[in-house]
Design a protein around this ligand. Structure first.
Ligand SMILES: NC(=O)c1ccc[n+]([C@@H]2O[C@H](COP(=O)([O-])OP(=O)(O)OC[C@H]3O[C@@H](n4cnc5c(N)ncnc54)[C@H](OP(=O)(O)O)[C@@H]3O)[C@@H](O)[C@H]2O)c1
Length: 187
């Protein structure tokens, strides 16, 4: 990896909810494809991206779809011995430990980008880090009952014009409108 930059990716509804009962509050197939495509995107095909997530987010992914394919999955838990993970999953007891592990000599050369994929406390710590670069935030334009939320988006993040790969018009699926947005941390 060059210098370590953290990019976040999340979908949040109008009340800034991201999850409900361990799952997503909505079903937006194309939004899930966007998540997959964005977090897999690499320019050097000999490398992979990393996805860092909390334990609840990891186990919220259907068993048949985890670990998330074609990406190095890193799961944060304070109790690694309480859970079973496939050997390909990197388990860490803190975000710092996760970042140390992925920068170790055996992994570092295999990694292109680092994606923070939730939930709340992982997003918050990453947003407060000087390594935080961008937030790829899908704005779901409706309210849903939620029990997990995206942290407050402070003035230190400014919306930037989307890159050409990201549609900036309003999307719609199952009668739910949403828009892909990109924010960058002001240094
Ligand atoms: N809409 C979206 O974009 C999006 C994205 C991600 C998740 N979600 C949804 O959000 C919900 C899950 O998010 P959540 O905020 O409730 O939980 P979460 O962050 O996924 O998981 C929380 C757990 O992760 C571990 N953890 C988190 N930060 C840690 C740290 N710094 N060091 C060590 N361990 C750490 C702890 O596990 P232990 O208790 O094992 O120590 C903690 O209890 C689900 O409903 C999921 O579907 C939505």
């Amino acid at each position: 990896m060059k210098s370590l930059k953290l990019n976040l990716i999340a979908a949040a509804c109008e009340n800034m909810g991201i999850g409900y009962k361990g799952d997503l509050p909505w079903f937006l197939k194309n939004e899930l494809k966007y998540f997959s495509k964005t977090t897999k995107k690499i320019s050097d095909t000999s490398k992979k991206n990393v996805v860092i997530m909390g334990r609840k987010t990891y186990f919220g992914v259907p068993e048949s779809k985890r670990p998330l394919p074609e990406r190095i999955n890193v799961v944060l838990t304070t109790k690694p011995d309480d859970y079973e993970f496939p050997s390909s999953v990197v388990v860490a007891k803190s975000l710092n430990e996760a970042l140390e592990k992925i920068q170790s000599p055996d992994l570092d050369s295999q990694i292109e980008n680092v994606w923070i994929v939730g939930g709340y406390s992982v997003y918050k710590e990453a947003m407060e880090s000087p390594m935080c670069h961008r937030i790829y935030l899908t704005r779901v334009m409706a309210e849903f009952e939620c029990d997990a939320f995206f942290p407050e988006l402070t003035d230190s993040f400014k919306r930037i014009p989307n890159d050409p790969d990201i549609p900036d018009d309003i999307q719609e699926e199952n009668g739910i409108k949403y828009q892909y947005q990109v924010y960058e941390k002001v240094k």
